[in-house]
Design a protein. Sequence first.
Length: 276
Amino acid sequence: MTSRRSWRTSARRRCIRTPFNATRKGIRRIVAPIVGIVTFGLLWEALVAVFDVRRFVLLPPSAILSELLDQPGFYWSNALVTGRHMLVGLIISLALAVAVGSVMAASRFIEEATQPVLVLILVTPWVAYITSVVLWLDGGEPTILFMVAFTSFPVFTFGVVGGMKSADPAARELLASVDARPWEVLWRLRLPAALPSIFTTARFAMGLGLAAAYFAEGSALTTDGLGAIGRRAASFNDAEILWTTIVSSALLGIAGLTLISLLERYLLRWHASQRS
């Protein structure tokens, strides 16, 4: 009887504490990154001041913030252009990765034949052949989208294949027992199984895609985008604009990672990784 009362008491306490714990966890998720970024910025500022680093080599955050606040519309509009290039390129890459990854997950031979090609694409420095891509596609937006999609494609594909192959064997046998069509197996089993892996690899693919978008904009004979104005600023030794485009790209990446996390929580609310 006593043990039952103690169990009820502890259960009641857990119910009372749960909202507070959830609120505290939510506050921590917001405050902790802010503290980290502010600390990093202060250390950056101190490093530049103590070692008297030249402005073009490393601009202090205070100067970058001043430049950003002086022309917010200019950097915002160019960040939107770079963000669009990155997003469209990543969507193209993911669509191709799902198509290719589905075939690789279904055939061991095709997987083993395709893996070396994907590894080759992944490890080859893409800055070495971007000039050839510019000449091939005549520069402009097609070059940028191609570079974003091409650099992120292997990462997405490996994630899709690994996720699809982790599908529950019992569920696979159940679908086979009812003569489910291949597209039904893909839609009902393989794609849901691949979603956690896709979201994990999306974070790495977004980093690759953002770097490719920034660099390609500066090399593809375009006038818009953070990479394009950063390239012009570097040619004129304009440290303020150059470093502000770099920091703006970093902020764009943070926004992209936040969006991925929000989508993951919403679409994978059924998954064990989102229950804590």
